[in-house]
Design a protein around this ligand. Structure first.
Ligand code: SAM
Length: 318
């Protein structure tokens, strides 16, 4: 078992990111971190609390994550050129748990064929409407990451699942099923991209991040806490408090949910559950093609690039 060291949480730098709260302040000056500030976990529940509020309001979610979109879009197309031999032709892209459809829109605008699904009907409606409004093509439907069915057609060049979304699958069986379904959805030589935050079980500090999004007269401030992980159950409690400010009006919505945790060893074990996939590279949430990393605890965020193996004689593809 590899040595697991303390690590910093990291996310892409952006004008809108006010600060990021590294789990290990000693690493606050690591390339992925901003200066750390101690903020207490939320007390009391003055806000409306639910398990889905964050996603029931797709516009607010979309505003908070919008800064990621250009870098992720460039990453998806660039990594396919590098590892899937796609050149500059249009890609066939699948996004399980596509949320508000920000990446569907961005990729469709560049001529790629985009298909996505999500469990939340508000997100699906929002994603469909945004494609329709912009005159873009794309298929969006309601489905679940661990049980999804695909429309008829050729397999995909790439299936991607970023920003820790895969961690919503809280059991090993569901995670394994989902990864195998993603592997089966792409062509031999195609890619499965997973982006998530790794967990350092020895770190006894809670994580905190704050993001601000602005659109027109609307401002959304999102605070996200990750509570101490339960190593045996592989669960970490999460909470997001969204403060929505329009003119003098302020509304607060809380979302609480559980994530499945992954240490580097647990992530490697997950990848091994899909023998049709081979690990070809790891990057981080800077989505910089020029910068690779390993599956270790040097810092928290990781994007693993998995490629579907070509069928060989005597080895059946699932
Ligand atoms: C962090 S958002 C990511 C959305 C999108 N992939 C993006 O990068 O903007 C997580 C999404 O996962 C969806 N979700 C959670 N569990 C799911 C599941 N089991 N199957 C499908 N979607 C799920 C939520 O409804 C939400 O829209």
């Amino acid at each position: 078992m590899p040595k697991e060291e303390g690590m910093a949480r990291g996310r892409p730098g952006s004008a809108r990111v006010t600060f990021i709260f590294p789990r290990d302040p000693r690493r606050a000056l690591s390339p992925l971190s901003s200066p750390s500030v101690t903020v207490p976990a939320p007390r009391g529940d003055a806000a409306l609390t639910s398990a889905t509020a964050w996603y029931d309001s797709p516009l607010y979610y979309d505003m908070v994550y919008a800064d990621y979109t250009p870098a992720e879009t460039r990453f998806i197309t660039g990594i396919c050129r590098r590892h899937a031999g796609t050149g500059s032709r249009p890609l066939r892209v699948l996004e399980p748990a596509c949320g508000s459809g920000r990446l569907l829109e961005s990729l469709s605008r560049r001529g790629h064929v985009v298909h996505g699904f999500d469990l939340n009907r508000n997100q699906v409606a929002f994603a469909r409407a945004r494609l329709r409004r912009k005159g873009l093509k794309g298929k969006v439907w309601i489905d679940s990451m661990d049980r999804f069915r695909l429309p008829a057609g050729r397999p995909y060049d790439v299936a991607h699942c970023f920003v820790s979304t895969f961690k919503y699958l809280t059991s090993e069986a569901a995670a394994k099923r989902a990864l195998r379904l993603m592997a089966a959805a792409v062509r031999p030589g195609g890619l499965v991209l997973l982006g998530l935050h790794l967990t350092d079980y020895r770190d006894r500090r809670e994580g905190y991040e704050r993001w601000i999004g602005r659109r027109g007269g609307l401002k959304v401030i999102s605070h996200t806490w990750s509570f101490l992980p339960d190593r045996r159950r592989r669960i970490e409690g999460m909470k997001t408090r969204m403060k929505i400010v329009r003119g003098g009006d302020v509304r607060v919505e809380d979302t609480v949910w559980d994530f499945r945790t992954y240490s580097p060893t647990e992530l490697r074990r997950l990848i091994a559950q899909a023998p049709d996939l081979e690990l070809v590279a790891c990057h981080d949430f800077h989505y910089d093609l020029g910068s690779t990393r390993s599956i270790d605890l040097s810092y928290s965020d990781i994007v693993v690039v998995l490629r579907r193996r070509e069928p060989t004689a005597g080895r059946r593809q699932r």
